[in-house]
Write a protein that binds this ligand. Structure first.
Ligand SMILES: [Zn+2]
Length: 169
C-alpha cells in the first residue's frame, strides 16, 4: 500500500452485517483530525467507514462488516437507507472550497482496489451523498465527483455491474 492507513474505531456504528454493495462518497467539511474527533464522540451520532486526508492517509473508523452512520435519509440502487448497503468514504475538507488533492484521489483508488473484484463492484456501484439525498446534501461538489468518476474509469474501466439491471427492477 502506498498510503498510510490506521484505525480509530468510532462508537457510532451498528454491528448488523453490512451488505457492501458499493461505496458512497462524502466530504467531511472539517479537517482530518477534527473529523476523527467528531466521529469518536458518541454525541455526534455520525461516522464513516473511511476518512481520507489531503496527503492520502486513511483512517478506518468503522469496520467494513458493520454499519456506519453516514448517509441518513437516502436512496440508491432502488432502495432506501444507504447505510445498510453502502460503505461510507469521506474526503477530509470541503470540496466546494477546495478541490480534492491528487493523493486523496489516488488513496481512494487504492481503497477501492482492495474491495473492487472481491465484492463485485463496478462504477455504477459508486455514488456521492448529493445524489442519494438530493436537495438535502451538497457533497461532493459536482466537478470533484466528475474527477473521481474519471479516475475510477481510468483505473477500473467503465463496465457495469452484472446485477445492476435486476436490482433496479
Ligand atoms: Zn455527506
Amino acid at each position: 500500500m502506498a498510503f498510510r492507513e490506521f484505525e480509530r474505531l468510532s462508537p457510532n456504528r451498528d454491528p448488523a452485517p453490512h451488505e457492501r454493495l458499493g461505496a458512497l462518497f462524502h466530504h467531511s467539511e472539517l479537517g482530518f483530525g477534527e473529523t476523527i474527533e467528531r466521529m469518536l464522540n458518541p454525541g455526534s451520532r455520525v461516522s464513516y467507514h473511511c476518512l481520507i486526508d489531503a496527503d492520502g492517509t486513511r483512517c478506518t473508523l468503522v469496520p467494513d462488516g458493520e454499519v456506519a452512520w453516514h448517509a441518513g435519509a437516502s436512496r440508491f440502487l432502488g432502495r432506501d437507507r444507504c447505510n445498510d448497503f453502502m460503505l461510507g468514504v469521506a474526503f477530509a475538507g470541503d470540496t466546494d472550497a477546495a478541490p480534492l488533492s491528487g493523493p486523496q484521489l489516488a488513496s481512494a483508488l487504492e481503497w477501492l482496489e482492495s474491495r473492487w473484484s472481491r465484492l463485485g463492484w463496478a462504477p455504477d456501484r459508486l455514488a456521492d451523498h448529493r445524489q442519494v439525498s438530493p436537495g438535502r446534501k451538497r457533497d461532493l461538489n459536482p466537478a470533484q465527483w466528475d474527477r473521481l468518476v474519471a479516475a475510477v474509469a481510468a483505473h477500473f474501466g467503465r463496465s457495469s455491474s452484472p446485477e445492476r439491471v435486476s436490482m433496479l427492477k
